[in-house]
Design a protein around this ligand. Structure first.
Ligand code: FMN
Length: 215
């Protein structure tokens, strides 16, 4: 009997490990396939007006994308600051609990959007949706009719991030979003190309309006 249980256990462990390795391999192949789409050089040629990039980042991946967007578009970059803290490993448990109970953080201070035409808003995917600080921001900020562009970073799957974003964002002219799986740093050039191709699609067709959008 014990021999039988031991055998089942070993087969289970080997099978589980094999499946995990297979999924890892599959994810890597998908990543390389996506990266291969960005083999040709591209130039940034979008007119986005004055750009602000708002982001929340726990581990630095979203910060990196936010800074690249700001650098390419000659915009400003600002972290989203909320009145709550998130630290690993507790964040896994805390964020799950708070998301399930819809307990979203209050804002430390709201960013001023004065003078900006295009506002990028980015953050990591947590449990298939937006990280809690993005809920805090969207619940407290009205975009005054400005162009708003969401972006996410994630390990492999952005889930409902953009659907949840669109459902909560207030008074925004929502433009095409983009999502970023975490690529190794060897693919820096391809990552910049991916961002430039996306930004070029967001260009004003006409000049930015002279008058300021309402606050
Ligand atoms: C609490 C938590 C939940 C996460 N949930 C997901 C998820 O559902 N799907 C996914 O692909 N990645 C998930 N991740 C991975 C992050 O989205 C990913 O590493 C992201 O790029 C981190 O961004 P940051 O470095 O700016 O914090 C999760 C990470 C954390 C900390």
């Amino acid at each position: 009997m014990y021999k039988y249980i031991f055998f089942i256990l070993i087969v289970g462990i080997i099978g589980g490990f094999g499946f995990y390795k297979y999924r890892q391999h599959e994810t890597r192949l998908k990543m390389l396939d996506e990266i291969s789409q960005y083999s040709e050089d591209v130039k940034f040629q979008a007119d986005l007006g004055k750009v602000l990039v708002l982001y929340y980042s726990l581990d630095g991946h979203t910060k990196d994308i936010a800074e690249r967007i700001a650098k390419i578009s000659n915009g400003d970059v600002l972290p989203i600051q909320v009145l709550d803290t998130y630290e690993k490993p507790l964040v896994y448990w805390k964020s799950k609990k708070y998301l399930d109970k819809k307990l979203y953080p209050s804002m430390d201070r709201l960013p001023s959007l004065d003078g900006y035409h295009t506002i990028f808003v980015g953050g990591p995917v947590w449990w298939g949706t937006m990280a809690l600080p993005l809920y805090g921001l969207l619940d407290n900020l009205s975009f005054g009719g400005r162009r708003v562009v969401p972006f996410s970073t994630q390990a492999s799957n952005y889930g409902n991030f953009f659907v949840d974003f669109a459902a909560r964002v207030k008074n925004a002219n929502l433009l095409e979003s983009e999502n970023f799986n975490n690529w190794p740093s060897d693919y820096d050039t391809q990552l910049n190309r991916k961002i430039i191709i996306w930004l070029n699609k967001l260009s004003y067709v006409d000049e930015p309006e002279e008058s300021e959008p309402e606050q």
